[in-house]
Design a protein around this ligand. Structure first.
Ligand SMILES: Nc1ncnc2c1ncn2[C@@H]1O[C@H](COP(=O)(O)OP(=O)(O)OP(=O)(O)O)[C@@H](O)[C@H]1O
Ligand SMILES: [Mg+2]
Length: 650
């Protein structure tokens, strides 16, 4: 029956076909296969490939449009080259051969596949979009969840593949500082049709300079990869800023962020400061590793500083009034004993009128000399009386010894070494958490120094990164720091182990977060509820199905419910090395790629910059000589000072 019928079709075809065409049963089957097979293979190939990449349908649509455009171009070129009649002839000839059972698979199927590309691309897009919509509105929640999980997993795998296959850039021309390969983005709102049509699919997760300008936080448990991320952040920001360094802003001085430069509207030189508050033995390794990285990306080696292991700073650049407070503070924290150090003495020495302030510790100690001080303060009876009283009580020698000891323990950290203006990148290691009070005092001095040098010298664009911020958070007023940073042209990045350790109290954490407007970076950790709350909620459909036994009876309810945009559980399950960025309710997921100096040539933006190497001033004095001179000075002066009062009395 069937055979007769098929024979009938073929006979009828034979009658209708033009002269010279032959039809066989095999030919018909071959034709159907040759036409359908490429279409199916292409459609499902594209579909499966998109699934493997975890692409959203909007991305598939972009590919489809690109393919269509390329195909159209090819088709037009083809028609233009060989003409319409010839093209038609080739196609008819292919079908004639197919129907007669002479299948030239390579040519015929190849040509048909090329012809069918647009159909397949559109079909793949439609299939993907249909699946997406079905899963979003699914009444089978578990299936939809599995689909979502698989999509996310595929996307992450694709990101990991990208991370392996390409050298992830440090920054983009748009100014984006690249932190990670992005694999997922959750938005608090539904996508509007126009947004779907215009959707772009960024592959890099990053922050822009404007966002950094409003400060950001980074939290994650030990080993999550915070320090690596910060390395990438500093490298990327440095590169991005060097691209604009020296460029004139098109806007006036007032309107543009770069216009804060002294008078002109040229973008100031970037300065990156990496503060490691954790200290400890690893700090040295980290310090030199970071410095190496900064040199590898192109900064001049003499302009990369490592404090205090290699380079010291110069606290004597501070104005006298500030120096009084600073030295008093430092002395107090070193030993309880120093509490007795007289502030009065410091003021007498440092604020002496008509005398150049001391330039280093030796000059400072040398001036603890009643005779010199008396001369300097001539005409200030109040101060002279104070001096007289000190000299008589015989504490000057003790104070001298205390101060000498203080400068000894400080080493060359702050004693007449280099100016912050000398550096393009500066690593600052604060002593370990076990010596919190010292760390905090040094941190404060550092902040004072930065504040002063950056407001009184050439304008700089500064990025402050505080790794393990929690170690000093109790002792440094962060809000003041942030406000100061703003006025210094600075951005601040605070890193801590968790939400709670960002500040010393809950109120302080809240206050800190209210200022950090640039977004929050979250890495693997357990204390993530607060971040999920901060990311906010969005409306999602909740499906309730009426069941009879196990099966769905076709009735149900659907209601809108507000849900976390990213649930705490998802954050808790975050793999190490992955980062989540939370900003204005949008949550982005990415996997961090370690900055590998061996796989990256120096950044052209920095390396070829005409002002890369500007001569540095270098250290003001050599610290080992200072130490020696101090020793001699103390040996000479202590007997004099102790002898002094008795001579006056006698
Ligand atoms: N993206 C990455 N790719 C490969 N290795 C990484 C990556 N990020 C971090 N690591 C490695 O993981 C280890 C821990 O990373 P890191 O020191 O950055 O963590 P951390 O969060 O700063 O930890 P801690 O709180 O102890 O300072 C390091 O050995 C580092 O080399
Ligand atoms: Mg770390």
């Amino acid at each position: 029956m069937e055979v007769v019928h098929r024979g009938g079709v073929i006979r009828r075809l034979r009658e209708e076909l033009p002269v010279g065409w032959q039809v066989t049963a095999l030919g018909v089957v071959a034709t159907v296969v040759a036409v359908l097979a490429p279409a199916f293979v292409l459609t499902f190939g594209l579909f499966l490939w998109a699934r493997r990449q975890g692409w959203p349908s909007s991305r598939m649509r972009n590919l489809t449009l690109t393919l269509l455009a390329a195909w159209l171009f090819g088709a037009v070129m083809q028609l233009w080259q060989v003409g319409w009649p010839e093209t038609l002839r080739v196609l008819t000839e292919a079908f004639r051969l197919l129907l007669s059972g002479h299948v030239d698979w390579a040519n015929t199927v190849g040509v048909l596949a090329v012809v069918e590309v647009p159909i397949a691309a559109v079909a793949a897009w439609v299939v993907l979009r249909r699946q997406e919509v079905r899963m979003m509105q699914s009444t089978q929640p578990r299936r939809a969840m599995r689909w979502q999980q698989r999509t996310n997993k595929n996307r992450r795998n694709a990101a990991l593949r990208r991370a392996r296959q390409e050298i992830t850039p440090m920054s983009r021309l748009s100014g984006l500082v690249v932190l990670a390969q992005q694999y997922r983005e959750e938005k608090p709102r539904e996508q509007l049709t126009l947004e779907y049509l215009r959707a772009r699919h960024p592959v890099y997760l990053g922050v822009t300079d404007e966002e950094l300008n409003r400060h950001i936080t980074l939290t994650g448990q030990t080993g999550a990869g915070k320090t690596e991320l910060l390395k990438r952040l500093t490298g990327g920001w440095t590169e991005a800023r060097w691209r604009t360094y020296g460029q004139k802003s098109s806007q006036g001085v007032s309107g543009s962020p770069d216009g804060r430069a002294t008078g002109g509207a040229a973008s100031p030189r970037p300065l990156t400061i990496f503060v490691d508050a954790k200290g400890g033995e690893q700090s040295t390794d980290l310090a030199f590793e970071w410095a190496d990285t900064m040199e590898a990306i192109g900064l001049a080696p003499e302009r990369v500083g490592v404090f205090p292991f290699q380079d010291g700073l110069n606290m004597w650049a501070l104005p006298p009034a500030q120096l009084v407070e600073t030295i008093h503070e430092l002395a107090k924290t070193e030993h309880r004993f120093y509490d007795t150090l007289q502030r009065g003495l410091l003021r007498l020495v440092l604020e002496a009128p008509n005398v150049r302030p001391p330039a280093n510790s030796v000059e400072f100690l040398r001036r603890i000399d009643p005779q010199q001080l008396r001369k300097a303060w001539d005409g200030h009876p109040g101060r002279l009386a104070q001096l007289q009283q000190m000299a008589q009580s015989g504490t000057l020698a003790t104070d001298l010894i205390l101060l000498d000891d203080l400068f000894g323990t400080l080493g060359h950290d702050f004693d007449a070494q280099r100016s912050i203006q000398d550096f393009d990148a500066l690593f600052v290691s604060l002593p370990g958490t076990e010596k919190n009070r010292v760390a905090a005092a040094k941190a404060r001095l550092l902040v004072e120094l930065l504040k002063f040098e950056l407001t009184h010298g050439a304008r700089r664009e500064v990025l402050f990164v505080f790794d393990e911020w929690s170690a000093v958070s109790e002792h440094v007023d962060v809000l003041q720091l942030l406000q100061t940073a703003r006025s210094l042209g600075g951005r601040v990045v605070l890193s801590a182990q968790s939400y709670a350790t960002l500040g010393s109290s809950e109120q302080e954490v809240n206050r800190i977060l209210s200022v950090m407007g640039g977004g929050h970076l979250v890495m693997a950790g357990n204390q993530v509820e607060e971040w999920a709350k901060l990311a906010g909620t969005r409306f999602r459909a909740e499906v309730g199905a009426h069941l009879e036994g196990e099966s769905h009876v076709g009735e149900g309810t659907l209601r809108m419910q507000s849900q976390f945009t990213v649930s705490p559980d998802e954050l808790r399950q975050l793999p190490e090395r992955d980062v989540v960025r939370i900003k204005s309710g949008v949550v982005q997921f990415g996997t961090v790629v370690k900055l590998d100096a061996t796989k990256r040539l120096p950044s052209k933006a920095i390396h070829r910059h005409p002002w890369r190497q500007i001569t540095t001033a270098g250290p003001v004095s050599s610290w080992w000589r200072l130490g020696e001179e101090r020793r001699e000075l103390v040996q000479r002066m202590v007997p004099q000072l102790t002898a002094g009062p008795s001579k006056d009395e006698g």
